[in-house]
Design a protein around this ligand. Structure first.
Ligand SMILES: Cc1cc2nc3c(=O)[nH]c(=O)nc-3n(C[C@H](O)[C@H](O)[C@H](O)COP(=O)(O)O)c2cc1C
Length: 354
């Protein structure tokens, strides 16, 4: 097989990508009140259209899925009109873009939401930790309410209707955020899922919510090959813990490996064990690897066959034309965490392309 590197064109079911570089989903907290993306987001995403694929920041499928300050949703006509502008602008630049659906579950503070509904989760287990709110500063995370079994189809339905909205707005596809300790991972993980119904207990039961959600999203999109998924096995972020992540994630990927998904996106958060090596053989479709990659380590991952795509996060915040810089061997601007989540253009749209 010819050498594959970051600049080799790729294929995700339905379209060709100009390179193997994916821009990671990144919450940037610049949305307007009511979960509406701002005009700044049009510029931000357009500046990054040289990626083979952009995955948007986490977007709530419904208001109850919002948790952080100034984050967007995909529920109302006003929100979707703003998303359509973003999609059209990225497409006009020759880019491709998936929307990431992120339901935070228990990682939510009521002051950051435009709904009075309480945060929900698989079980009523509070996450240790605090969250920023514009109104009250840092606040403890509240204890969530455990979903009744009879409510779960309704939650899955919010993912389906947001998927329908995203496809109608022109998105190339939709990614289910099943990583980083948010709602789907709260179902997957043993410390947050203490359910006694068929969504809890064994690994096969804990993966059920994710599998059913992907299937519902696929139906809503018209085809499951427009749906991707992100997972982060064993990542402790947001106070999440699983007694046996190897069992959980091999069970999950075996269950979804032949559904015909657009891709599997794996965030590796510790050196060992390699979930890339473990999960890739179980998944029939494009495999995207993320977590701390550089140009060199990304090229090696592709050359060695560990992945088909490499996902870059932080570096895209401060280098809007990251693929161009990689290709020219140009210097990179270091990311600045101080402006990751601050309102306004500074640190968002103010980084220049070469
Ligand atoms: C500012 C910032 C916001 C992030 N927000 C999200 C998010 O909304 N959804 C998500 O799946 N991951 C999110 N992540 C994680 C990234 O998608 C990525 O997995 C992680 O940063 C590791 O890749 P990197 O080392 O190349 O940055 C975020 C990361 C950063 C730096």
């Amino acid at each position: 097989m010819a050498d594959i590197n970051l600049f080799t064109p790729g294929r995700i079911d339905g379209f060709d990508t100009k390179n193997r570089i994916i821009m990671a989903p990144m919450t940037r907290s610049r949305a307007l009140a009511g979960g509406v993306p701002s005009e700044l987001a049009v510029e931000y995403y357009t500046q990054r259209a040289s990626a083979g694929l952009i995955i948007t920041e986490g977007v709530a499928p419904a208001a109850i899925g919002l948790g952080y300050a100034r984050t967007p949703a995909a529920e109302t006509a006003e929100q979707m009109a703003a998303w359509k502008k973003i999609v059209d602008a990225v497409h006009a630049k020759g880019g491709h873009i998936f929307m990431q659906l992120m339901h935070v579950g228990r990682i939510a503070h009521p002051a950051n939401r435009y709904t009075s509904e309480s945060p929900i989760s698989a079980s009523a287990v509070r996450a240790a930790g605090q969250m920023w709110t514009d109104a009250q500063g840092m606040q403890d995370l509240p204890e969530p309410r455990a979903l009744e079994t009879s409510e779960i189809p309704g939650v899955i339905e919010t993912y389906a209707s947001a998927t329908k909205n995203a496809i109608a707005a022109g998105f190339d596809g939709v990614e289910l955020h099943s990583a980083s300790g948010y709602l789907p991972m709260q179902f997957l993980s043993s410390n947050t899922n203490q359910r006694t119904d068929h969504y809890g207990g064994t690994a096969s039961n804990r993966v059920r919510f994710v599998v059913e959600t992907l299937e519902a999203m696929g139906k809503a999109a018209g085809s499951i090959n427009r749906i991707g998924i992100k997972i982060s096995p064993a990542m402790p972020f947001n106070d999440i813990h699983d007694a046996d992540p190897v069992e959980t994630y091999t069970t999950l990927v075996k269950a979804i490996g032949n559904l015909g998904l657009a891709y599997l996106h794996v965030l590796q958060s510790a050196p060992e064990p390699s979930y890339f090596k473990m999960l890739r053989p179980l998944f029939n479709g494009p495999f995207a690897a993320g977590g701390g990659f550089t140009k060199d380590s990304g090229n090696s991952a592709l050359a060695s066959g560990i992945a088909d795509f490499v996902v870059f996060g932080k570096l895209f915040t401060s280098n809007p034309d990251l693929p161009v810089r990689f290709e020219r061997g140009a210097e990179l601007v270091p990311p600045d965490p101080a402006v990751f989540y601050t309102p306004g253009p500074e640190g968002y749209t103010t980084y220049k392309s070469l």
